[in-house]
Design a protein. Structure first.
Length: 55
């Protein structure tokens, strides 16, 4: 089992695959609501930050 979103995406990149940017952006959009409510956990925050850095 993969421990974090970053590790999962890293595994995909290592095999020549990657999650589409639209997928990452749509998930980040959904998790922003959780983040703004102060309920986000590590993976949600990690994904939001990663998508923000890639933009």
């Amino acid at each position: 089992m993969v421990g974090s979103i970053g590790q999962c995406l890293g595994s995909l990149r290592a095999t020549g695959e990657a999650a589409p940017a639209t997928f990452k952006a749509s998930v980040a959009g959904l998790t922003r609501f959780v983040y703004l409510d102060g309920l986000a956990h590590g993976p949600a925050i990690e994904l939001i930050e990663m998508v923000g850095e890639a933009a």
